[in-house]
Unconditional design. Structure first.
Lengths: 206, 371
C-alpha cells in the first residue's frame, strides 16, 4: 500500500485535487481508500465513492495538534490490514504540519509502508500567504516530495514563485496544475511522473 | 496535613524548583481516560459523573500527584476558536474523537465592526449562540458538574492545577476567521483595527478571569499557546499581537496568587527567550515534545518549572521500557528539581495503559532509585 499525505491550507484546492486523483487512480485500475482529517467542509465526490466503492475513513483529532500523528498511523495500519488498497490518500487539515506527521510514519510505521507527501499551494494567494504566515508555509512545504502549484489557470505562477518554493522545498518536484479544470488521467500521470522524478533525485543524492 | 495538601505542597515545591520527595506526575488526557475505561466518547462528553469517575480511576491507578483537569467538554474548544466543534454522537460516530471544524470565515470581517459597536462580551455571546452551536448553553451542564467533580478529586487527594483556560485574542480570531484568512486579510492588512479589537477583548477578559479566579478559588490556569507559536506565525507577529496578552495574563495570575501554566503546542524553541522576562519560580512551561525541552532548561535556567513532555507517539507505539528510558533521561538532563512529568500535550486516546503507567512509575521511582 502506498500512502499519499496531501496537505495545504484551507482553500488551496486539496479536495478538488484529491477528487481528480481518485478518479485518475480508479480509471487506471488501481484501488484506493481515503482518510479525511478535515471536519465540516465539502467532502470527497459522493458519486465517485458510490461508483468505485472507495472507502472514506474520517479521522478527527481533538484540537488538531498532539493527537493526530499517532491516530493517522493507526488508521493507516487498519486500512492496510482490512482493505489493502493500492493507494491510501490522506487529506490533512490545513493546520497539519506535514514534516511532523511524516516523521511519525517513518519512526513508527513498518518499512513496507510507502509514503509520499504532497503539498498544495494556491498560486493566486501565494505571495500574500507567504508574507503573512511564513513559518507555517515553510513547515508545510519542507516535508513535501511534490509541491502542486494549483489554480494556475487563475493566476499563472512566475519564476519568482518557483524560486521561492524551491528555496523552501529544494528536494521537492514542483508542478503546475488546475485541479478544477484538468482531466483526471492527465493530473494523475503528472503526479506519478513527479513522484518518479523525486525518487530519482533522492537516489541521485545517495 | 492531608493528602490533598501534601500533594499541593509537592506541586508548589516543584513550581519553586525546590527539592521534592518525589517527582510529581500531573496527567492530562481526556480522550485517553475514556478509552482506557471503555467508555464511548459520546457518553464521556455528556455524562460528567461517568467521565469524572473514569478520570479519577486512571489518576488513582497512576498514583498521580495532581491533574490538569477534573472533567472536560469539547464545547469549550468552540468558544476559544469561535468555531463549531464536530462531536461524537452528534456530527460524528458515537466513539469518534471530537474536532474543531475548520470553516473559512465562520466569522466575517464585518463582525469586527459589530464587536466595536456591541462590545466583546455581548458580541461573542450572540455569535457563539448563532454560529457555534450555542456552546455556552451546552456548557451549562459541564459547569454545573464541576463542583462535584472537584470534590471527588479533593477527597482523593489530587489537586487540579488548571482551573480554566485563558484565551488570547489571537486564538479566538484565527479560529473564527480561519488561519490563512485571519493572517492575510486581517493581521497584515488591518493591524490597527486588530490592535483596537484585541485591546477590547483583553480588557474584558482580564476582568472576567479575575472574577473567575475568585469564584473558583483557582490554583492554576492554562495560558494557551495553540496557534500562536513560531511554527505558525513569525516572532515579530508574536511580539506584536500575542505576547502583550501573555504578559497581561501572567501579571494577573501573579497578582491573584494563581499559577500560570503556559500550555505551548508545537515547537516554541525559537521564542523561549521571551519567557526570560518573567520572574523565576512563578510559572510553568508546559511543552509538548516538539519544543526542545533541554534548550528550554538551558535558556530559562534551573529556576523555571517545566511540565512535560513524553511524546504522544511514544505512548501509543513504544514499549514501557522505552518510555521509562525517556523519562529517566529527561530527568537526568533537566531535573530533578523544577520538573513535573506528563505527556507532551494530552495523552493520546490510543496510548497503551502500560506505557502511561511506566511514565508515572519511572518519575515516582526516580529519586529513590538514586539514593
Amino acid at each position: 500500500m502506498e500512502i499519499l499525505l496531501c496537505g495545504g491550507f484551507l482553500g488551496s484546492g486539496k479536495t478538488s485535487l484529491i477528487n481528480k486523483l481518485l478518479h485518475g487512480m480508479t480509471d487506471a485500475g488501481l484501488t484506493a481508500a481515503v482518510i479525511e482529517n478535515e471536519a465540516g467542509k465539502e467532502g470527497i465526490d459522493a458519486a465517485l465513492l458510490s461508483e468505485t466503492g472507495i472507502q472514506v475513513t474520517p479521522l478527527f483529532g481533538g484540537c488538531v495538534c498532539c493527537q493526530i500523528s499517532g491516530d493517522l498511523l493507526l488508521a493507516a495500519r487498519r486500512i492496510e490490514a482490512e482493505l489493502a488498497p493500492d493507494w491510501l490518500v490522506v487529506e490533512l487539515t490545513g493546520l497539519a504540519l506535514m514534516d511532523g506527521i511524516r516523521d511519525t510514519f517513518r519512526s513508527y510505521g513498518h518499512s513496507g509502508l510507502g509514503l509520499r507527501t504532497l503539498s498544495v499551494v494556491d498560486a493566486a494567494r501565494w505571495t500574500k500567504l507567504r508574507r503573512a504566515a511564513e513559518p507555517v508555509v515553510r513547515r508545510q512545504l519542507e516535508g513535501a516530495d511534490v509541491v502542486v502549484v494549483n489554480k494556475a489557470d487563475l493566476a499563472p505562477p512566475d519564476r519568482t514563485m518557483y524560486a521561492e518554493l524551491s528555496a523552501y522545498a529544494p528536494e521537492a518536484v514542483l508542478l503546475t496544475a488546475s485541479a478544477a479544470t484538468q482531466q483526471p488521467a492527465e493530473l494523475w500521470s503528472q503526479i506519478q511522473l513527479a513522484f518518479a522524478q523525486q525518487e530519482e533525485r533522492q537516489h541521485g543524492h545517495t | 496535613m492531608g493528602k490533598y495538601e501534601e500533594n499541593l505542597e509537592l506541586l508548589r515545591k516543584a513550581l519553586r524548583c525546590e527539592p521534592v520527595e518525589r517527582i510529581p506526575v500531573v496527567p492530562c488526557g481526556n480522550a485517553y481516560y475514556a478509552r482506557v475505561n471503555h467508555i464511548v466518547m459520546k457518553d464521556y462528553i455528556s455524562n460528567f459523573e461517568l467521565a469524572c469517575d473514569a478520570n479519577l480511576k486512571e489518576h488513582l491507578r497512576l498514583d498521580a500527584d495532581g491533574t490538569q483537569n477534573v472533567i472536560f467538554s469539547p464545547y469549550l474548544l468552540g468558544t476559544q476558536w469561535l468555531s463549531r466543534t464536530a462531536l461524537p454522537g452528534v456530527d460524528l460516530g458515537d466513539d469518534d474523537m471530537w474536532q474543531v471544524m475548520e470553516i473559512d470565515e465562520n466569522m466575517k470581517f464585518e463582525d469586527y465592526e459589530a464587536i466595536k459597536e456591541m462590545g466583546w462580551d455581548a458580541w461573542q455571546a450572540r455569535f457563539i449562540a448563532e454560529h457555534c452551536d450555542d456552546n455556552w448553553r451546552h456548557l451549562e451542564p459541564f459547569f454545573a458538574a464541576n463542583p462535584a467533580a472537584y470534590k471527588k478529586f479533593y477527597d482523593a487527594g489530587i489537586p487540579c492545577i488548571c482551573d480554566f483556560l485563558m484565551i488570547t485574542p489571537f486564538e479566538y480570531f484565527c479560529g473564527g476567521r480561519s488561519l490563512a484568512t485571519f493572517l492575510m486579510d486581517d493581521v497584515m492588512e488591518e493591524p490597527e483595527l486588530m490592535h483596537e479589537i484585541f485591546d477590547m477583548v483583553l480588557e474584558h477578559n482580564l476582568k472576567q478571569y479575575r472574577q473567575q479566579m475568585i469564584d473558583t478559588h483557582a490554583i492554576g490556569v492554562w495560558i494557551g499557546g495553540w496557534r500562536t507559536g513560531p511554527d505558525i506565525i513569525s516572532p515579530s507577529m508574536f511580539d506584536e499581537f500575542v505576547w502583550p496578552a501573555f504578559r497581561a495574563y501572567y501579571d494577573l495570575c501573579i497578582e491573584m496568587d494563581v499559577i500560570p501554566i503556559f500550555h505551548l503546542d508545537s515547537s516554541w524553541t525559537l521564542l523561549l527567550d521571551r519567557f526570560k522576562a518573567l520572574k523565576e519560580r512563578t510559572f510553568i512551561m508546559a511543552l509538548d515534545s516538539k519544543t526542545d525541552i533541554r534548550k528550554c532548561r538551558e535558556v530559562l535556567g534551573p529556576n523555571v518549572c517545566i511540565l512535560g513532555d513524553v511524546p504522544c507517539e511514544m505512548l501509543t507505539f513504544s514499549q514501557p521500557e522505552d518510555v521509562a528510558g525517556y523519562v529517566e533521561k529527561l530527568l537526568d538532563d533537566i531535573g530533578p528539581w523544577g520538573v513535573m512529568i506528563a505527556s507532551g500535550c494530552d495523552i493520546p486516546s490510543d496510548a497503551k495503559p502500560e506505557n502511561v503507567k511506566a511514565m508515572a512509575d519511572t518519575a515516582h521511582n526516580y529519586l529513590s532509585a538514586r539514593k
